[in-house]
Design a protein around this ligand. Structure first.
Ligand code: PLP
Length: 344
């Protein structure tokens, strides 16, 4: 039997019912265009409440645009951005951050378990200080990281302190911010502006929205003219209410956290099962909704032959299994049963 759910990406999931209901509810009559509507105002206010601060909020269509435009707003063309070598901005955005910033260079840094540290940031920014090197201006952190780990508030605070000391701003790629908050059990403010984050790209799509991410500026001075950047890059939705309204559905009653907790719990279920399989080795601590596991090539091939989809882009023999808001325990168990059968 072919699997009915996949573990390749949390983007394989559909729209969660709460977001869909809010989307449909917004489809009533006429409303002002380009973000002047009631829904967009309400969601922005809800996000200010959630983050317990008077931040500036913008909605764009996807994470690449959110990251690229946010970073562009922090940089001049001769600046550079320190990122982890596995960061999505470095590996999966087709040069978007460089393009939208007119050339600001990404400077990849090492770091265990997908995380930067003050030392790894320092190593990159103190390599050179001459006129020929792009001037370091930003540190970008991914929360949750590309390998499913999560920065603790103290870790972000330490990196921010180091950044401040060297005149750098702090950007957070929060494509899976919800999973990190669910995992840490902290208030969103505790892992963002209170520990020095200037701008957060808050992922909506992976939380169950049909489309769209929120760019949240905690330092409002940095959002100057951001609306023009969105417009120029084709990211200003004319019918903005349909980009913003779904957020209302998930921000109500902490639905976003409920879905993120569920996805994280499914990853734990999968990880526990994999740990029992001979020849399987977890590559990173499972702290959010992704499980990275080394499996023998025959098992990986066998899984593919049985119809399972997953990525293998980290390490030799490493598979990434992502869980989403809709992942069923039965799907996890079916995947585990096939892994066990193939591992013999
Ligand atoms: C860490 C991270 N950042 C950002 C994104 C957003 O990318 P997209 O432009 O596909 O929405 C993703 C999506 O996979 C991601 O994993």
């Amino acid at each position: 039997m072919q699997p009915i759910q996949h573990f390749a990406s949390d983007n394989y999931a559909g729209v969660c019912p709460e977001a869909l209901a809010a989307f449909v509810a917004a489809n009533a009559g006429h409303a002002p265009a380009y973000g002047e509507d009631e829904w967009t105002r309400k969601v922005s206010d809800r996000l200010r409440e959630l983050f317990e601060t008077d931040c500036d909020v913008y909605f764009v269509f996807n994470g690449t645009a959110a990251n690229s435009l946010a970073l562009a707003s922090l940089c001049q063309s001769y600046h550079s951005v320190v990122c982890h070598e596995l960061a999505h901005v470095e590996t999966d955005e087709c040069g978007g951050p460089e393009f939208f910033s007119n050339g600001s260079k990404l400077l990849p840094a090492h770091g265990a378990q997908g995380k930067l540290t003050p030392a790894s940031v320092l190593e990159v920014i103190s390599r050179r200080s001459d006129i020929h090197y792009p001037k370091p201006r930003v540190v970008t952190l991914t929360q949750s990281t590309e390998v499913g780990t999560v920065y603790r508030p103290a870790e972000v605070a330490a990196i921010s302190a180091c950044a401040r000391e060297h005149g750098l701003r702090v950007h957070m790629d929060g494509a899976r911010f919800a999973n990190a908050v669910a995992s840490l059990g902290v208030a969103p403010a505790e892992i963002t502006w209170k520990v020095g984050v200037d701008v957060l790209c808050f992922g909506g799509t992976k939380m169950g929205l049909p489309v769209g991410e929120a760019v949240v500026f905690f330092d409002r001075r940095l959002s100057e003219d951001f609306a023009y950047r969105c417009k120029q890059s084709g990211q200003l939705a004319s019918k903005m209410r349909f980009l913003s309204a779904p957020w209302l559905g998930i921000l109500e009653d902490e639905v976003w956290l409920k879905h993120a907790r569920h996805a994280n719990a499914m990853a734990q279920r999968l990880a526990s099962g994999l740990m029992q399989v001979p020849g399987a080795r977890l590559m990173f601590p499972v702290e959010s909704n992704g499980v990275f596991c080394e499996l023998p090539p025959a098992v990986l091939d066998g899984l593919r032959a049985r119809g399972w989809r997953f990525y293998t882009f980290i390490g030799a023999g490493g598979a990434r299994f992502m869980c989403g808001w809709d992942t069923l325990p039965a799907s996890v168990d079916a995947l585990l049963a096939d892994v066990r059968a193939l591992a013999g």
